[in-house]
Design a binder for this molecule. Structure first.
Ligand code: AMP
Length: 184
């Protein structure tokens, strides 16, 4: 894997355990020589993640929409910062740049992004792994939702297999490296 796209919270109010988890994920990426693609912001869990990759000597590409540059300060020290016309174009660009998609803990934006990556995987538009880093049980209720949707017949067994979940960065990236898409 060359680059992984990470979606995560932009809020600076999240409790510190999540930034610490982002830093641990960053170290694991750099050790495996995998570059980071992310939303380009300076603050929140996103900023902690980018800082930690850069500090460990890794490569970071930020992709930020022009429309939020007034309210969101882009990270000033990235390896590369790309701008897009809109948030939709950002999601598209991030998808093109990466060969794996991870959600660290985050809010609505994070869920929107990882669900789009999963939706594209479901339709066979890409065959790259999509997973959640389940820090301190943050995603337990979402995993329960996917299991229930599978039991109720809304998500097929193959589609359920698209949703990778791990408790630690190394476990998640090991799973990514061995991944074969269940969707033909
Ligand atoms: P949220 O989880 O709602 O904090 O949204 C963060 C995620 O959505 C990140 O992965 C970003 O790519 C994207 N995003 C949404 N809002 C912003 C913002 N104001 N600044 C930077 N990225 C954002």
């Amino acid at each position: 894997m060359k680059r992984i796209c990470v979606y995560c919270g932009s809020s600076s109010s999240a409790v510190p355990i999540y930034s610490e988890a982002a830093q641990a994920f960053a170290v694991e990426l750099v050790e495996r020589e995998i570059g980071l693609v992310y939303g380009g912001a300076k603050g929140g869990v996103m900023g902690s993640l980018a800082d930690a990759v850069l500090e460990a000597g890794g490569n970071v590409t930020g992709v930020i929409p022009e429309t939020i540059l007034d309210t969101e300060e882009p990270h000033p020290g990235l390896t590369e910062l790309r701008t897009t016309e809109s948030k939709d174009k950002r999601k598209q660009r991030m998808t093109e740049l990466a060969d794996g998609f991870v959600a660290l803990p985050g809010g609505i934006g994070t869920q929107e992004e990882i669900l789009q990556s999963l939706g594209r995987a479901k339709h066979g538009e890409h065959h790259d792994p999509c997973g959640f880093l389940n820090v301190d049980g943050y995603y337990d209720s979402l995993v329960e939702f996917f299991d229930n949707a599978n039991m109720e017949g809304f998500i097929s067994p193959e589609q359920r297999e698209l949703v990778l979940v791990a408790e630690t960065p190394s476990e998640l990236l090991d799973t990514f490296e061995q991944y074969e898409s269940p969707i033909v």
